[in-house]
Design a protein around this ligand. Structure first.
Ligand SMILES: Nc1ncnc2c1ncn2[C@@H]1O[C@H](COP(=O)(O)OP(=O)(O)OP(=O)(O)O)[C@@H](O)[C@H]1O
Ligand code: SF4
Ligand SMILES: [Mg+2]
Length: 376
């Protein structure tokens, strides 16, 4: 059940990976801006879905949230505690409450370790073993039961399970230490569609049973729609749109979200025929040289000659949107006139990336200038 208590507060988070070169001495020749100014809130008991193309920084954000990766800037506060200040025992204690489930269950489970020894290790790491071996075994059988695996699984090894079962094992391992937050990084993308639904339903059931809070990361919009209460859409290290799942999927506001959703086929043939298709020109720019201004301007079909290439838009609420955490927010200078339909998409020639800090290239010609529309 979602409460109003904030469990996770992320402010202006940035994670940069140094790019090293050099024959004898490693020189830092640049940085990959994997996460670039992200702020978000997650309430206790809710599921926050994070979507975006491969390489946009989703995993890095998830890892920074659990402090598995050190942030370069910004702040992560978990249940009122700033993670940056924690060391030793205090960090270990909070780590128990933050667990991760990975996409690749085969790589994240030790092939030489039986399920029993894997669960035992997780319990021991946080001194959560019961007083006797029998009681610990009973606890492990309960865990397997909770994720829908038979107790006989305790004696078996990861390769003896199917992909869906291994994902259940990964979930059991995370659950073993009674966490509050689970970051599920692409939890079902390696699975067949029919099995995906089973694992997503399991996550849903466990959330109710154990009062869990989730950050679910996926590149697949359908997966996130299925599970998330609120959704954040990421592009090149930043969140470009955020809102309650229903509102975000029904009325996407950001050009990038609209393009992503326009690529998803609709089962109803009539709706499918009328579906708006927005093709993005050009590839995702490199996060080592992110474009200036709006990070999306090199590919945006609504791009305008003013502001887009030189002013980075921040997430904001449009007039009429709900206040507070239920707000649907968007980072686009022209979201109002795009929403009203006054500004129409146009064909864009892929533009050479102008890096942050460099003088910007001449803006592209556009059919209707927005200043003109705004003046009307
Ligand atoms: N340890 C690292 N060192 C250097 N660069 C990294 C490192 N980890 C990730 N990156 C780079 O940071 C960017 C963001 O990567 P990240 O894995 O967070 O993206 P993602 O959205 O999770 O992608 P995917 O959907 O493919 O998992 C990418 O350009 C990636 O190449
Ligand atoms: S700010 Fe400009 S480039 Fe960015 S999404 Fe909006 S219209 Fe497109
Ligand atoms: Mg990833």
């Amino acid at each position: 059940m979602t409460t109003h208590r904030l469990l996770v507060e992320v402010d202006d988070l940035a994670v940069r990976y140094p790019i090293k070169r050099g024959l004898f001495v490693d020189r830092t020749v640049g940085h990959v801006h994997a996460v670039d100014g992200v702020s978000l809130r997650i309430r206790a008991g809710e599921t926050y879905g994070l979507v975006g193309e491969s390489g946009c920084g989703k995993s890095t954000l998830g890892r920074a949230l659990l402090r598995l990766t050190e942030p370069s800037e910004g702040r992560v506060v978990f249940d009122g505690v700033d993670l940056a200040g924690l060391r030793g025992e205090a960090l270990r204690r909070i780590r128990r409450r933050l667990q991760m489930v990975f996409q690749d269950s085969l790589a994240s489970l030790d092939p030489r370790q039986s399920v029993r020894s894997m669960l035992l290790e997780a319990l021991r790491a946080h001194a959560l073993e019961e007083s006797s071996e029998e009681a610990t075994d009973a606890r492990m059988r309960e865990l397997l039961d909770a994720v829908g695996l038979p107790s006989g699984a305790l004696r078996r090894y990861p390769h003896e399970f199917s992909g869906g079962q291994r994902q259940r094992l990964g979930i059991a391992r995370a659950l073993a230490v009674r966490p509050d937050l689970i970051v599920a990084d692409e939890p079902v993308s390696a699975l067949d569609v029919s099995v995906q639904a089973q694992v997503l339903n399991l996550l849903d059931d466990l959330q109710d049973e154990f009062g869990l809070t989730y950050l679910v990361i996926a590149h697949d919009l359908a997966v996130v729609r299925h599970v998330a209460d609120r959704v954040g859409v990421m592009y090149l290290g930043g969140i470009v749109e955020e809102g309650p799942a229903g509102s975000l999927y029904d009325t996407p506001l950001h050009p990038y979200t609209r393009a992503l959703l326009s690529a998803v086929p609709v089962p109803d043939p009539e709706v499918e025929d009328r579906r708006e298709r927005i093709l993005l020109s050009g590839d995702l720019p490199s996060p080592a040289a992110p474009p200036s201004g709006c990070r999306f301007h090199t590919r945006c079909p609504w791009r305008q000659p003013t502001r887009c290439a030189d002013e980075r838009p921040v997430l904001r609420r449009l007039p009429g949107a709900d206040p507070g955490l239920e707000a649907h927010t968007v980072a686009c200078h022209y979201a109002e006139v795009i929403r009203s339909g006054e500004l129409r998409p146009h064909r864009v020639e892929p533009e050479a990336v102008t890096e942050v800090g460099e003088p910007t290239a001449a803006p592209p010609p556009t059919p209707a200038s927005v200043t003109e529309i705004l003046r009307r």
